[in-house]
Ligand binder design. Structure first.
Ligand SMILES: [Fe+2]
Length: 251
């Protein structure tokens, strides 16, 4: 059965001027927050990004996940391990919260990232897949098929333009391993038919974390409070799992 996966996402904003990271780190960060939560708890600049995001209101739920990521070659990105050692075609996937979303493009995402070496990659051009319907309908089987045949299908990754909002649905994309340690500002607004936003206070965060790529342990946590900055590292002598890790405060 033939199916076309869309190519590069559409730019829907002009270039956005980003504040310095020293300022961005003091902003509240949001996890699947409602636009209303961002509007009432965010900064003027975050409210401006909300205005720039052209929600289509085709689905009942809108949410925003945004903040600063700490990126480094050995750190896990937001979406899980991306290991260059898995080969040149590692990490390709299609988003969606329900079975079949990869075929319908039912979920829409608006994404913006600051200039960095780990900009999300999308496949450059639309690709036509011709597979058994059972493979097509099963997202993980389809992804496996695409990954295993990436060269013959002509999959070619291209980074999104930095500091511009792009929009996509069932486009093929992947996280990229950064080439150096860096901060990355991330704005991801989503329109979903299934996933409701989180309520306050769960949707408001005040910390920036990074996890080890191999075993998902914390490697660093930065927490900004009222007039305070706390940087914490796990103490290898006291516990190793995510739940039991202990931290040495260095500030
Ligand atoms: Fe994704």
């Amino acid at each position: 059965m033939k199916f076309t996966i869309p190519g590069f996402p559409e730019e829907v904003s002009e270039a956005v001027e980003l504040p310095d990271f020293a300022e961005l780190l003091t902003y509240p960060m949001f996890l699947r927050a409602t636009p209303e939560t961002v509007r009432s708890h965010g900064t003027d600049w975050q409210r401006m990004l909300l205005e720039l995001t052209p929600f289509r209101h085709e689905h009942p739920y809108q949410s925003v996940t945004t903040g600063v990521h700490i990126q480094a070659p050995g750190y896990r990105t937001l979406v899980g391990p991306t290991l260059a050692s898995q080969g040149p075609h590692h990490g390709w996937h299609i988003d969606g919260s329900a079975a079949g979303d990869h075929l319908t493009g039912a979920e829409r995402v608006y994404l913006m990232e600051s200039p960095c070496t780990s900009l999300t990659q999308f496949n450059e051009l639309p690709i036509e897949i011709d597979v058994d319907p059972a493979v097509l309908e099963d997202r993980s089987r389809l992804i496996r098929h695409i990954t295993e045949n990436a060269s013959s299908l002509g999959i070619r990754g291209r980074a999104i333009p930095p500091a511009r909002i792009v929009t996509f649905t069932n486009h093929l994309h992947r996280a990229v391993v950064p080439r150096r340690m860096e901060f990355r500002f991330f704005w991801r607004a989503r329109e979903s038919h299934k996933d409701a936003p989180l309520p306050v206070p769960q949707s408001i965060r005040d910390d920036v974390c990074a996890w080890d790529i191999a075993d998902a342990r914390y490697v660093v946590q930065i927490k900004i409070g009222a007039g305070t900055l706390k940087v914490s590292f796990p103490d290898p002598s006291r516990g190793s799992s995510l739940e039991s890790a202990q931290y040495n405060e260095v500030f």
